[in-house]
Unconditional design. Structure first.
Length: 409
C-alpha cells in the first residue's frame, strides 16, 4: 500500500533512514551486473572501501553481500530476479547494482523495472553535473548542474499494451468506440499509461523537499500536458496544488511570484519538448526537475550527453517514505567489452557516492567527488573520457580505480 506521507512525515522518515545507517559496519547488498559488470564492480568496490577507510580512519567498513539478478542469476538458479534478492534489498534498506541484461523475447519485461516496482522505489534520481576536463559535444557543459526526479512506478512503466490484430485489441477498440465514441484505426496496437494523484504528489514532494534541503533556487515540473491533459496535465496541476498546500512557506509559483520569488524557491512548469531545447540553450536556469516516467527517460539521457555521456552519469531508485533505495550504473551491459577491463566504472562509482550521501556518510561521498575531479582533470581516464583530449592517459577499469584511490590518499 502506498503511504504518501505529508511534508513533515517525509522529513521524519528521511531522518530515521539516515539514523539507521549511523553504524560502523552496515551490510550493503550488491549485484555485480551482467556484461561489463565483471569489470566495473570490482573497480568500484576498491574505491568504495578506500573512501570509507580514509573518511572514518578505519573505524567504519561496509559488509558487502552479493545477491543475484540478470544472466548470472538465471545461470545459477534459473531465475532472472530471485525473490531472495528482493528480500535482501528490503531487509537491509539500501543496495547497489551494476547493469543488467533484459531478456529479449522471454523472461520478464525488464529486471531493472521489476526491482523498482517490487520495492516501490518511486523516485528515479539522476544528478547530472559536469566534471572539468571532459570533452563534450556542447559549448558550455559547465552550466549543467541539474538534479532530475523521474517518477519510477507509473506512466509507461506500469502501462499496459495490446498487440495489433489480436482478439484483445479488437475487443478493447470496439469498447472504446461504443462507450466513448473514440475512433481508433483497427490496425493499431493500443497502450494505456496511468498517472495518479498519489504517484505524482509523492514524486513532486520528494523533489521540492530536496530543493529545500539543498538550497536550490528553482524547481521545474516537466510535462506534456498541452496534449495529454488528464494525465501529464494533471501531473502539472497536482504539483502546483501540492506546493500551495505544503510548501507555500518556502516555494512560490511563477505566476504568484510576479517574476520575483525573493528568498523562496521558484516553481514553474515546462512542456517536455521545449525543455529538451532549453537545456541545450540555457541549462544554467534549471536546478531541480520533477517529471513523469517517459519524459524523465528522455531528459536524463539528453542531459548526460551534455556532460560527456552516460558513463559518467549516476542514478538511484529511492522510496524516501520507507527508506528503501537501490543505486545503479545507468548504462547498459556492453557485452562486447565484457572481461576486457576496459569499461568506465564512473557511473557505478558515482552511484556509490549517491548511496553514501543517502546514508548520511557525506565524508565518504565527498572524497569520491574530489578524487574523480582530480583524476579527470589530470587526464587519467578510461578510453571513453579520453576522446578529444591530447593530454589523456588511457587507463583500464582497474587502473582508473587505482588513480582515484591514489587521489584519495
Amino acid at each position: 500500500m502506498v503511504e504518501n506521507l505529508n511534508r513533515e512525515e517525509l522529513n521524519n522518515a528521511i531522518k530515521k533512514t539516515r539514523e539507521s545507517f549511523d553504524t560502523d559496519n552496515p551490510t550493503v547488498p550488491f549485484i555485480e551486473g551482467d556484461g561489463i559488470g565483471i569489470d566495473i564492480w570490482p573497480a568500484s568496490q576498491v574505491v568504495f572501501d578506500a573512501v570509507v577507510e580514509k573518511a572514518y580512519n578505519g573505524n567504519r567498513k561496509i559488509n558487502w553481500v552479493e545477491v543475484l539478478a540478470g544472466q548470472k542469476a538465471f545461470d545459477t538458479v534459473s531465475e532472472w530476479l530471485p525473490k531472495k534478492t528482493l528480500d535482501t534489498f528490503d531487509e537491509f534498506g539500501v543496495g547497489i547494482k551494476g547493469p543488467l541484461t533484459t531478456p529479449v523475447g522471454e523472461g520478464i519485461r525488464s529486471i531493472n523495472v521489476a526491482i523498482r516496482q517490487e520495492l516501490d522505489l518511486y523516485v528515479c534520481l539522476r544528478p547530472i553535473k559536469y566534471f572539468k576536463g571532459i570533452e563534450t559535444p556542447t559549448k558550455n557543459p559547465q552550466d549543467v548542474d541539474i538534479v532530475l526526479f523521474r517518477e519510477n512506478t507509473e506512466d509507461v512503466y506500469s502501462g499496459k499494451e495490446l498487440e495489433e490484430g489480436t482478439e484483445e485489441v479488437l475487443k478493447l477498440n470496439n469498447f472504446l468506440k461504443e462507450e466513448f465514441g473514440w475512433e481508433i484505426r483497427k490496425d493499431s496496437g493500443i497502450g494505456i499509461k496511468p498517472i495518479s494523484n498519489t504517484g505524482s504528489e509523492r514524486l513532486i514532494r520528494a523533489a521540492i523537499n530536496f530543493a529545500v534541503e539543498n538550497d536550490k533556487k528553482n524547481l521545474a515540473i516537466v510535462h506534456k500536458g498541452n496534449i495529454m491533459k488528464f494525465t501529464e496535465g494533471a501531473f502539472r496541476k497536482w504539483g502546483y496544488e501540492l506546493i500551495e498546500k505544503e510548501f507555500s512557506d518556502v516555494a512560490v509559483s511563477w505566476e504568484d511570484s510576479n517574476g520575483d520569488p525573493g528568498e523562496k524557491i521558484l516553481v514553474q512548469d515546462v512542456i517536455a519538448d521545449a525543455f529538451l531545447q532549453q537545456i541545450l540553450i540555457k541549462p544554467q536556469e534549471f536546478d531541480v526537475i520533477a517529471t513523469t516516467n517517459l519524459n524523465g527517460d528522455y531528459a536524463s539521457d539528453a542531459l548526460a550527453a551534455q556532460i560527456g555521456g552516460i558513463g559518467i552519469s549516476p542514478g538511484g531508485n529511492i522510496n524516501y517514505e520507507n527508506g528503501k533505495a537501490v543505486f545503479e550504473a545507468t548504462h547498459g551491459t556492453a557485452p562486447k567489452y565484457a572481461g576486457q577491463n576496459k569499461a568506465n566504472p564512473g557511473s557505478l562509482i558515482l552511484s556509490g557516492e549517491m548511496m553514501f550521501r543517502y546514508m548520511g556518510w557525506n565524508e565518504a561521498a565527498d572524497l569520491i567527488i574530489e578524487s574523480m575531479e582530480k583524476s579527470i582533470l589530470e587526464g587519467n581516464v578510461t578510453y571513453d573520457l579520453a576522446r578529444g583530449r591530447n593530454d589523456a592517459s588511457i587507463l583500464s577499469s582497474s587502473e582508473f580505480a587505482e588513480s582515484l584511490v591514489k587521489n584519495i590518499q
